[in-house]
Design a protein around this ligand. Structure first.
Ligand SMILES: Nc1ncnc2c1ncn2[C@@H]1O[C@H](COP(=O)(O)OP(=O)(O)OP(=O)(O)O)[C@@H](O)[C@H]1O
Ligand SMILES: [Mg+2]
Length: 431
């Protein structure tokens, strides 16, 4: 017979070997690098201007970044920073190349969520983050999923759970409890009101000492930062249930929202949440902090079925919060009952030539009306794992695969992203 002590022994054995195994199984390029983008991509695909106009501009103003020419190549290749400098300094037909952002607003927050596993959430989150960065936006992504697909795709492999959403939640529990205790003391000095106690096992982790920047990591993309996740952060679901018991008045679902409120309004433009395939403490935090709910679904019947029950359960959970916390909830940038500036569905892994897929898309439109995105994310071989890191079609150099496969995949993500971006810009004005 085996019990928890055997499990603990197996785990400590594994921990001792972990870094050795990592070294043995990792390929030499342990860090992710972002490639350069060709002048064809920069002009036609990124700035939407023709190549000769772009070349003409570069030739007429030598102070503009000129990119690099590869040995034996003719094209110039530009880094993301160079692209951003060009975007700031160039005007085409007297129009700025900067992406739209309503003045005076904080960053717009989008939760990519569905509790159907494998719906395409992480793929969509990764591609939209990259597309948005190439569009000129400053992006923060938050990985709410301890599977950490998005963190790994963005090149983060060595993450401690303190620096994940779990850390943010535990820190918030301590801070909120202290705030409530102080308020009690202030209001009722002299009376012996019960103070909420946080056990030293949580307090001594030092999480309340962390500053908000400590949770934010940089990525290979200079304009994309990430709050990553890791397998150990799975603990959050289990721990959160206990934390609620320690302080039942703690608005556990608003921890991440409060955290994001502490960022500067102009630090980022877009904040994208990748959610786990479940409704739990982490995904409720994502949903509550979000201005837009973005729901990817595959083109099968069971995915439709599961998407339907997802929105039903989410509705119930959000209603429960309104009853349980309305009146006690401290007003921040989010209020109860929770409302969204927009709710969108998008069909993923779609094959235009597949009759069943087309029928499913029609059904989605009948049921969810104009909440369903016009554009789908098509099934493509271009997003399969290439090497150690999962890469987006934007990261893959088009010379590494059939040009047609790359272009089709990129065009599909571009269309879906552009529609998403247009919706974001409209919804942004409502917050
Ligand atoms: N458009 C696409 N074309 C081809 N493969 C895709 C596409 N979208 C997703 N996939 C593949 O489907 C699988 C699941 O995708 P993804 O990880 O994005 O789903 P998820 O909803 O985040 O899953 P989970 O619920 O486990 O977090 C992955 O192997 C991914 O590469
Ligand atoms: Mg995922």
């Amino acid at each position: 017979m085996y019990d928890h002590e055997d499990l603990a022994r197996l785990q400590s054995q594994s921990l001792k070997m972990q870094s050795w195994i990592r070294q043995q199984t990792f390929s030499p390029e342990n860090t992710k690098h972002l490639r350069r983008f060709s002048s064809w991509e920069v002009s036609e695909l990124i700035f939407g201007i023709n190549q000769s106009t772009f070349r003409g501009r570069l030739a007429s103003d030598p102070s503009l970044p000129g990119g690099e020419v590869e040995p034996e190549g003719r094209q110039r290749w530009f880094s993301l920073d160079e692209i951003n400098e060009l975007r700031r300094r160039m005007k085409v037909n007297r129009k700025s190349l900067m992406p739209p952002r309503p003045a005076g607003k904080r960053a717009f927050r989008v939760a990519v969520a569905n509790f159907k596993g494998g719906a395409g959430k992480s793929t969509v989150a990764l591609h939209y983050a990259h597309a948005a960065a190439l569009d000129g936006y400053r992006v923060l992504v938050v990985d709410f999923d301890p599977q950490a697909t998005l963190s790994h795709s963005m090149g983060l492999t060595d993450v401690a759970e303190d620096y994940t959403v779990w850390g943010i939640m535990a820190r918030d529990l301590i801070r909120e409890t202290d705030r409530m205790n102080d308020a009690l003391v202030g209001a009722e000095s002299g009376t012996a009101l019960p103070q909420r106690k946080i056990p030293s096992s949580i307090r001594d982790l030092g999480l309340s000492e962390l500053r908000h920047q400590d949770f934010i990591k940089t990525t290979a993309w200079s304009t994309i930062d990430i709050i990553p996740s890791c397998a150990n952060a799975a603990f959050v679901e289990f721990a959160s249930a206990q934390y609620r018991h320690l302080n039942p008045e703690w608005s556990f679902f608003a921890a991440v929202s409060r955290y994001l409120d502490s960022l500067g309004d102009d630090d980022y433009d877009l904040i994208i949440f990748d959610c786990p395939p479940a409704i739990g403490y982490q995904s409720m935090n994502a949903v509550f902090a979000a201005d837009m709910l973005y729901i990817p679904s595959g083109p099968g019947y069971w995915e439709y079925d599961s998407t339907t029950s997802f929105i039903g359960q989410l509705a119930e959970a959000l209603e429960d919060l309104s009853h349980g916390f309305d009146g006690t909830f401290p007003a921040g940038k989010m209020t109860l009952p929770k409302s969204f500036a927009d709710i969108r569905f998008v069909m993923t892994r779609f094959e235009p030539g597949n009759d069943l897929h087309r029928a499913m898309l029609e059904a989605f439109r009948k049921v969810f009306g104009d909440h369903v995105s016009e554009n789908t994310v098509e099934m493509t071989r271009a997003v399969e794992q290439s090497g150690r890191f999962l890469s987006s079609v934007y990261e893959i150099d088009y010379r590494e695969m059939t040009r047609e496969t790359w272009r089709r995949a990129r065009a599909s993500f571009d269309r879906a992203y552009e529609e998403f971006r247009d919706r974001v810009v409209v919804a942004w004005d409502k917050i």
